[in-house]
Design a protein around this ligand. Structure first.
Ligand code: PGA
Length: 254
C-alpha cells in the first residue's frame, strides 16, 4: 500500500487525474472503476482538461461505476447517472456503449446485480478502481457490518450516510434509503485501487482504515489485504495518521 499525501484538495485532484491518465497511456483499453461524491469532482475536471488540451483519449476505455441510488431515474439530478454525465462523460470521448452504471430502477434487482458483476468479469476486470470513503469508512455504498464477501447487491443506507448525503437534496426525507452497490468482493477484485480522501471529517475513517483491525465494521479496512492500493489524501484527511507515519519513518531510520 502506498500512502501519498497531497498539500490540499487541488493537489490531490491533479495527482489523482495524473494517475488515471497514466493508466490510460499505459493501457488505452483500460477498464476504469469510477466513483461519485464530492471527492472525485475536481479529478474529473482535471481529466476533462487533459482530454481537451492534450488529447487524453478515452475512446478504447470502458467504465463501471460503483453504485446508484435505488428509485432514482437516470435523469434525476441526484442520480449518479446524472452526476457522471454532467461532470465527466459528456465532456470526454468514452463511447456510450462502454459506460456502465448500476440501474437505479431495475425490473429485477437480483438479475441487475448478477448481470453487473458478469459484465465486469467479461470486460476482463477493473484495472483501476477509484474510491471515495464515507465518514463511517464505507466504500461504494458498503456500509459497516455488510459482509466482506458481497458482490454487487442491494444496500440499506446508514443514517450517517443519509445525513452526509442530504446536502445534495432539497430535504433529508428525499434521500433514497436504498442503493445498489458493487460489493467488497467486487472491489477487491480490481487490479489496482485508488482511494481518495479529503478533509478533516475523513481523518478518523482513514486512521481506522489503515491502522485499525480488519473488520466489516470498518469496511475500507479490507483494503489492507489488497495487493495494489494507492491511498491519496490531502493534509487534513491525513492529520490523524501523520503520527503513525512519523513513527514508521523513525523506526526505519533507527
Ligand atoms: P464524498 O463521499 O466524496 O462526497 O465525501 C464519499 C463517500 O461517501 O463514499
Amino acid at each position: 500500500m502506498r500512502i501519498l499525501i497531497a498539500d490540499d484538495y487541488a493537489d490531490l485532484s491533479s495527482r489523482a487525474a495524473r494517475i488515471m491518465a497514466g493508466q490510460l497511456y499505459l493501457k488505452p483499453n483500460s477498464v476504469l472503476g469510477l466513483a461519485t461524491g464530492s471527492t472525485p469532482l475536481q479529478m474529473y475536471q482535471e481529466l476533462v482538461r487533459l482530454h481537451k488540451e492534450v488529447g487524453l483519449d478515452f475512446s478504447e476505455a470502458t467504465s463501471f461505476n460503483l453504485d446508484e441510488y435505488l428509485g432514482l431515474a437516470p435523469d434525476d439530478a441526484n442520480s449518479y447517472h446524472y452526476y457522471m454525465h454532467q461532470h465527466f462523460f459528456s465532456h470526454i470521448n468514452l463511447p456510450q456503449k462502454n459506460i456502465h452504471i448500476p440501474c437505479g430502477r431495475p425490473a429485477d434487482i437480483e438479475k441487475e446485480c448478477l448481470d453487473y458483476d458478469r459484465l465486469i468479469w467479461q470486460s476482463g476486470g477493473i484495472d483501476i478502481q477509484v474510491l471515495g470513503i464515507g465518514t463511517n469508512a464505507h466504500i461504494g455504498f458498503n456500509e459497516p457490518d455488510i459482509k466482506f464477501e458481497a458482490t454487487t447487491h442491494k444496500v440499506k443506507l446508514d443514517e450517517e450516510t443519509i445525513e452526509a448525503n442530504a446536502r445534495f437534496f432539497a430535504a433529508i426525507e428525499e434521500v433514497p434509503r436504498f442503493a445498489i452497490s458493487m460489493g467488497m468482493k467486487t472491489i477487491m477484485h480490481a487490479k489496482k485501487v485508488l482511494l481518495l480522501a479529503s478533509g478533516e471529517n475523513k481523518a478518523d475513517a482513514i486512521y481506522n482504515t489503515l491502522y485499525g483491525g480488519i473488520t466489516p465494521e470498518v469496511p475500507a479496512s479490507i483494503l489492507q489485504l489488497h495487493q495494489d492500493v494507492i491511498v491519496l489524501l490531502d493534509a487534513a484527511a491525513a492529520s490523524k495518521i501523520r503520527r503513525c507515519l512519523d513513527d514508521n519513518n523513525q523506526n526505519l531510520r533507527s
